[in-house]
Design a binder for this molecule. Structure first.
Ligand SMILES: *Cc1c(COP(=O)(O)O)cnc(C)c1O
Length: 410
C-alpha cells in the first residue's frame, strides 16, 4: 500500500513558523453594510464562487437535448477556438483539468528521467507534480517581491546541461516579464510553458498570457476566472505542439489504424457538457476580468489606509487580473496572518493562505533539503487572500475592509 509521506513541523526547523495553522471555522455573520447604514446582510462572503450568468444553462441544455454529452460534440471545438482567440493563441486543446493540461503540454516535449524543469517553489502543487509525473526533476527557484513571480535572475543561474524547460507561473494573475525570459530560453534552447491557471485574460505589454511561450496551461476549476466545473486547456501558437497534444489527450490513437498506439497517450478528454459551460463563460471573459480588476482597485484604495497591510503588485508592463486578491501583513498590523484569518472567519469572511512552497511539502522536502528560498517563505508566512469572486460587490468589499480594520484595532 502506498504510505503517506510524513513531515513533522519540528523537522522543518525555523521553516515551521511559515506553515499555516488549521483552517478556521467560518461563522455565519450579520454584516452591516457601511455605505448603506442600517441595511444588513447575513451570511458568509466566500473567497470565491463561479458566476454563471450567461449562456451556460442554454448551451448545456442544448448539449443534453441533442444527445452530445461525451467528448465529441460541437461545443468542444467552439470552446477551444474562442478561448484560444481571446488569449491570442492559434490553437486550444481542451482537457480534463489544469493539472493534466500542464502534464500534456510537457509530455509533448518528450521530457523524461534525467531532465530538469525550472519552476518557482512558490506555486500550487500541480506545477511540480506535472514535471514529476514524467519522471523529470523540478528545479526550484525563488520568487521576487516586485511581482510575487519567479525571480528571472535566479532562473538563469539554475540552468544546467540537463535543463529542458521552464514552467513559469502567473501568480494570482500577475504576468511574468516575458521578453528577458524568452531571450534566455532561446539562448539555451528551452521549452517555455506558461502555467496560466490563474491568469485568464491577463496581458503582458498588451499581449495575451497564454500566447507567450511554447505552450500554456489553463485551469477551469470552480474557483478560476473562467470555469467549466473541472476542466483545462493547453493553448499554443505551435501547430506541432497542438497536434501532438490533441493526440496524446485521446489515448494517442494513430491515424494509420484504430487501436494502434505509437505514443504513451492519456485519456485527458473534456466532455461536451463542460465545453458548453466553458464557451458560455468565455463569451463573458472581458466582463469577468474587468470586474476582478475593478474590485482589486477598490480594495487597494481602501486597504492602503490601513497600516500594516501590503496590497498586491502590478508592474507597469503588466495587466494583473487579480484571480485572487492577496495581501501581505507587516508587523505594524499587530496580528499574524493566522490570527487575522480566525478573526475574519468569526465575522463570516472566508480567506485562504498563500501557497506553501514546494520545498516545504512533505512529498518534496527530502529532494530539496537544505535549500532556502527566502522570498517564497516570506510570502507564505505573511500572505493571505481575500474574497475575490467576479460577482463580489462593493458592499462585500467594504464589509471585508471594515472587518480588517476592526481586527487591527483589536
Ligand atoms: C488551479 C491551478 C492548477 C491546477 O488546476 P486544476 O484544474 O485544479 O488541476 C495548476 N497551477 C496553478 C498555478 C493553479 O492555480
Amino acid at each position: 500500500m502506498l504510505q503517506p509521506r510524513e513531515l513533522k513541523l519540528e523537522d522543518l526547523g525555523d521553516l515551521a513558523e511559515i506553515i499555516p495553522g488549521p483552517e478556521p471555522t467560518l461563522q455565519m455573520a450579520v454584516h452591516p453594510i457601511p455605505r448603506f447604514g442600517g441595511k444588513q446582510r447575513r451570511g458568509i462572503i466566500p473567497v470565491c464562487e463561479p458566476t454563471l450568468s450567461g449562456n451556460e444553462l442554454k448551451y448545456v441544455t442544448d448539449a443534453v437535448e441533442t444527445n452530445w454529452i461525451s467528448s465529441a460534440g460541437g461545443y468542444i471545438g467552439r470552446f477551444e477556438a474562442l478561448f484560444a482567440e481571446k488569449v491570442g493563441a492559434r490553437y486550444g486543446v481542451a482537457c480534463a483539468n489544469g493539472t493534466v493540461a500542464l502534464h500534456l503540454a510537457l509530455a509533448t516535449t518528450g521530457l523524461g528521467p534525467g531532465d530538469e524543469v525550472i519552476i518557482p517553489t512558490f506555486t500550487m502543487i500541480a506545477t511540480a507534480n506535472a514535471v514529476t509525473y514524467l519522471g523529470a526533476r523540478p528545479v526550484l527557484v525563488d520568487s521576487e517581491m516586485a511581482t510575487w513571480n519567479m525571480d528571472l535572475n535566479q532562473v538563469e543561474e539554475a540552468i544546467t546541461p540537463r535543463t529542458r524547460a521552464i514552467a513559469l507561473v502567473r501568480t494570482y494573475g500577475h504576468p511574468v516579464d516575458m521578453d528577458p525570459l524568452s531571450a534566455m530560453a532561446q539562448k539555451h534552447g528551452l521549452f517555455v510553458l506558461e502555467d496560466a491557471a490563474e491568469a485568464h485574460g491577463a496581458r503582458y505589454k498588451g499581449r495575451g498570457v497564454g500566447s507567450l511561450g511554447d505552450a500554456a496551461a489553463f485551469s477551469f476549476y470552480g474557483n478560476k476566472i473562467i470555469t467549466t466545473g473541472e476542466g483545462g486547456m493547453v493553448t499554443t501558437n505551435r501547430e506541432d505542439v497542438a497536434r501532438l497534444a490533441w493526440n496524446l489527450r485521446d489515448h494517442a490513437f494513430s491515424t494509420e489504424r484504430h487501436f494502434w498506439h505509437k505514443f504513451l497517450g492519456y485519456n485527458y478528454r473534456m466532455t461536451n457538457l463542460q465545453a458548453a459551460v466553458g464557451l458560455a463563460q468565455t463569451e463573458q471573459m472581458e466582463t469577468f476580468v474587468a470586474a476582478r480588476r475593478a474590485n482589486a482597485a477598490y480594495y487597494t484604495g481602501l486597504l492602503r489606509q490601513i497600516p500594516g497591510v501590503v496590497t498586491p503588485p502590478e508592474a507597469d508592463w503588466a495587466s494583473n487580473v487579480f484571480w485572487m486578491y492577496g495581501i501581505l501583513l507587516t508587523e505594524e498590523f499587530g496580528l499574524t496572518r493566522d490570527q487575522l484569518r480566525v478573526a475574519l472567519a468569526q465575522r463570516g469572511i472566508e480567506t485562504r493562505t498563500f501557497f506553501i512552497p514546494m520545498h516545504c511539502q512533505p512529498i518534496y522536502f527530502d529532494q530539496y533539503r537544505g535549500q532556502r528560498f527566502p522570498v517564497a517563505e516570506d510570502l507564505c508566512r505573511r500572505g493571505l487572500y481575500l474574497p475575490s469572486a467576479s460577482n463580489l460587490t462593493r458592499d462585500d468589499i467594504e464589509v471585508v475592509v471594515e472587518a480588517i480594520q476592526e481586527c487591527r484595532a483589536g
